[in-house]
Design a binder for this molecule. Structure first.
Ligand code: ARG
Length: 259
């Protein structure tokens, strides 16, 4: 893949985070006409009580996250760095953004992987320590040695909130989609900057199901175990362009000591 187009994809992603645009897959990225998520369905917060989202001080959602303890939220480094700690808010227990269900917390501390530079070079993980204890069941972390969860073809669930496309109608509900884990070789063939030690890919060869801008920071789960964190991609849901996730098992030790 030409380096130029990769850069453009990443810049678009960053711009979308800033604009607060969100989606689990815009139906047609170029035209943005279909008001629904391709391959995704509404998901229930009762089934996924650990699913949280990040907002700015005005309550605008811009990323996802996942509870890993009462006060620990695992998210993407590029989400944690999108604004000052004092402006970050974490919303838990709220399936529909239009309601006031659940708990909103400020953030006491931000830990970002010290190796993080930008999503395409990997290490896109951060842990937020919350001011409030969240009364919701946290997700499980994988063991550092848990290779089985990362096997090619494993069906994993990605969760996120928000708009279905840039400027398109907004999805206020939590959404989820199932995507198969892609082999390291397969992902490397799609993205030359793929680093199997800190990243993971998931998606179908034909595309059609994916996370998208604004879903960053949200979890990729096998059962209740979070194996990945939405990190980057090239467009969304394109053939041979799977979603790229931070490989959580590579950070379990660091993350446990934070969360
Ligand atoms: N970087 C994007 C964000 O900040 C996430 C992109 C995920 N893209 C994908 N095709 N899976 O929200």
């Amino acid at each position: 893949m030409p380096n130029k187009s990769r850069r453009r994809g990443v810049l678009t992603a960053a711009a979308a985070v800033v604009a607060g645009a969100v989606a689990l897959v815009p139906a047609a990225e170029a035209t943005n006409t279909q008001p629904y998520i391709v391959g995704g369905t509404e998901a229930s917060i009762a089934d996924h009580p650990y699913a949280v989202y990040l907002t700015d001080r005005d309550g605008h959602q811009f990323c996802g996250g996942v509870l890993i303890s009462r006060t620990g939220v695992l998210t993407a480094a590029h989400c944690a760095q999108a604004m000052k700690r004092q402006q970050l808010r974490v919303v838990a227990g709220r399936q529909d953004q239009r309601t006031s269900a659940g708990v909103v917390s400020e953030v006491e501390k931000v830990w970002v992987s010290p190796q993080f530079k930008d999503p395409t070079t990997g290490n896109d993980v951060a842990v937020l320590t919350l001011e409030e204890e969240m009364p919701y069941r946290p997700a499980k972390l994988p063991d550092a040695s848990d290779a089985e969860l990362y096997r090619e073809g494993t069906k994993a669930r990605v969760l996120g909130w928000g708009r279905t496309s840039d400027g398109g109608p907004r999805s206020d509900y939590l959404r989820g989609a199932l995507v198969p884990v892609v082999s390291d070789e397969g992902c490397k063939a799609s993205f030359s900057s793929y680093d199997k030690s800190t990243m993971l890919c998931a998606g179908y060869p034909d595309g059609g199901v994916d996370a998208c801008q604004g879903d960053s920071g949200g979890p990729l789960l096998v059962g209740d175990t979070v194996i990945g964190i939405v990190s980057w991609g090239e467009g969304c849901a394109r053939p041979d362009r799977p979603g790229v996730y931070a490989r959580v098992a590579a950070f379990t030790t660091d993350v446990r000591s934070q969360g």
